[in-house]
Design a binder for this molecule. Structure first.
Ligand code: GTQ
Length: 356
C-alpha cells in the first residue's frame, strides 16, 4: 500500500469508529486497545489514620442520618468506592446507647471486631455480644441490627459483597419497621449448636449455603491456630491458616465470601504465590510486612490491606501475628474460574516500600 492509501484508510477507520460510537456501539479492537483501564491496586489502610475521623463522625453524624456510621475503604485504582472490585472493607463505629436499626439486604456481610466491648449484633432473632477478634456472619437477606450497650464506642471492620451483587444488578434492601427485630433464640445458641466441630446435633438436618454460626469467637480461633502452630508448619504460602467453614457442609462461611484466620510465627516468612480472588487482609494482632507485586507493605495491629487478584504476595511476621482475611474465591470456584500458582523463586524482589 502506498502512504496516501494507508493514510486514507486510517481516516476512513476513524470515521467508521465515530459512526459506530454515535450508535452506542464500539468495535472490539478499540475496546481491547483502551489503555489505563482501572484495576485494583495493592493498598494499605492504617487504622490510626482513620480512628480519630471515625470518632469525629460518631460525634457529628447522627445514627438516624447514617443508618450505619461507616467509612468505605476506597481502592485508589478503581472508580467505584470499594476495597476490591467485588468486596467492601468498611469501618463501622457505634456509640454507647445507639442502635443501628434492623434491615436486610441481598449482599452478604461479615464483621471482624476491632475495638470496644458491650455491643451486640442480632441476626434473624439471635443475639451475640462481640469482642475484639470475633468474626460475625450476616448472611444474605437476614434481618440484623447492632446495639452498643457498653460505655465506650465500638468499632469493627465490615466485609460485604455489595460491589459484586451490584455488578449483577441483584441488590435488594428492606428496612424493618422497628429499630430491633424480635429475639427468638437464646444468645449465641448457634455457636453452641454448631461450634463443636466434629460433634454435630443429630436432630438438626437442615442444610444451608450459609454457616449457621453467628459469632466465631476469637478465643476459640486463636486456640485452634496455636494448637496447629505448635506441631505443623502450615502452608508454605499462607502459613498456619484455617478457614471459617459452614459446619453443615464444610463449605465457605457464606456462598460468595470465604473467610480465613492465619497465624504467622515470629520471624516466619511465607513463599510467594498468586491466585485469583482479590483478598482483604486485616491484622488482628502482631506486626510484620507483606510484599505484594514487589512493593513492601508494613503492617501492625488493626491495619487492613488488599492483595489484588493475580498479584504475587508473601508475608513476614516480625512478631507472632494473627491475620483475618476474606475473598470471593467461592464464586470463582463455583464458576470454574479459580486458578493459583506458586512463583518460580520462593521470594520476590522488594522494589518499593508503600507509603500512603
Ligand atoms: O452493618 O448492615 O458497612 O448494611 C455497609 C452496609 C454495614 C450493616 C456496612 C450495611 C452494614
Amino acid at each position: 500500500m502506498t502512504n496516501s492509501a494507508s493514510e486514507s484508510r486510517i481516516e476512513e477507520m476513524d470515521l467508521l469508529l465515530q459512526e459506530v460510537r454515535s450508535r452506542n456501539a464500539m468495535p472490539l479492537w478499540e475496546v481491547n486497545a483502551q489503555r489505563g483501564r482501572p484495576t485494583v491496586q495493592p493498598f494499605l489502610w492504617r487504622y490510626l489514620d482513620y480512628r480519630d475521623l471515625l470518632y469525629r463522625a460518631a460525634d457529628l453524624v447522627p445514627m438516624e442520618l447514617a443508618e450505619r456510621r461507616v467509612f468505605v475503604f476506597s481502592n485508589p485504582g478503581i472508580d467505584k468506592h470499594s476495597a476490591t472490585s467485588s468486596l467492601y472493607a468498611n469501618l463501622q463505629i457505634i456509640k454507647p446507647g445507639e442502635i443501628a436499626p434492623s434491615h436486610r439486604h441481598s449482599p452478604s456481610a461479615l464483621r471482624l471486631v476491632i475495638e470496644g466491648q458491650g455491643a451486640y449484633t442480632a441476626v434473624n432473632g439471635e443475639k451475640s455480644y462481640m469482642d475484639p477478634g470475633d468474626f460475625v456472619t450476616t448472611p444474605s437477606w437476614t434481618w440484623h441490627d447492632h446495639g452498643n450497650e457498653g460505655d465506650a464506642p465500638m468499632v469493627w471492620l465490615d466485609g460485604l459483597d455489595v460491589p459484586f451483587v451490584q455488578s449483577l444488578d441483584a441488590n435488594f434492601y428492606e428496612q424493618y419497621p422497628d429499630s430491633t427485630h424480635p429475639l427468638t433464640k437464646p444468645d449465641d445458641l448457634s455457636l453452641r449448636m454448631f461450634g463443636a466441630g466434629s460433634l454435630k446435633p443429630t436432630w438438626e438436618r437442615r442444610d444451608s449455603p450459609n454457616s449457621p454460626i453467628l459469632n466465631y469467637k476469637f478465643e476459640r480461633t486463636y486456640e485452634a491456630l496455636k494448637a496447629l502452630a505448635d506441631d505443623t508448619d502450615g502452608s508454605p504460602y499462607d502459613g498456619v491458616t484455617v478457614e471459617y467453614t459452614n459446619p453443615l457442609n464444610g463449605g465457605p462461611a457464606m456462598p460468595t465470601i470465604a473467610c480465613f484466620a492465619t497465624l504467622l510465627r515470629a520471624g516466619q516468612r511465607t513463599q510467594a504465590h498468586r491466585h485469583v480472588g482479590g483478598t482483604i487482609y486485616h491484622v488482628i494482632e502482631g506486626s510484620g510486612s507483606s510484599i505484594i507485586a514487589g512493593t513492601r507493605f508494613d503492617w501492625g495491629p488493626k491495619d487492613t490491606f488488599v492483595v489484588p487478584s493475580w498479584h504475587f504476595h508473601e508475608h513476614t511476621a516480625e512478631e507472632e501475628a494473627v491475620l483475618f482475611s476474606y475473598n470471593d474465591s467461592p464464586v470463582l470456584q463455583a464458576l470454574n474460574l479459580y486458578r493459583e500458582e506458586a512463583m518460580d523463586a520462593p521470594h520476590q524482589e522488594e522494589t518499593e516500600v508503600f507509603s500512603s
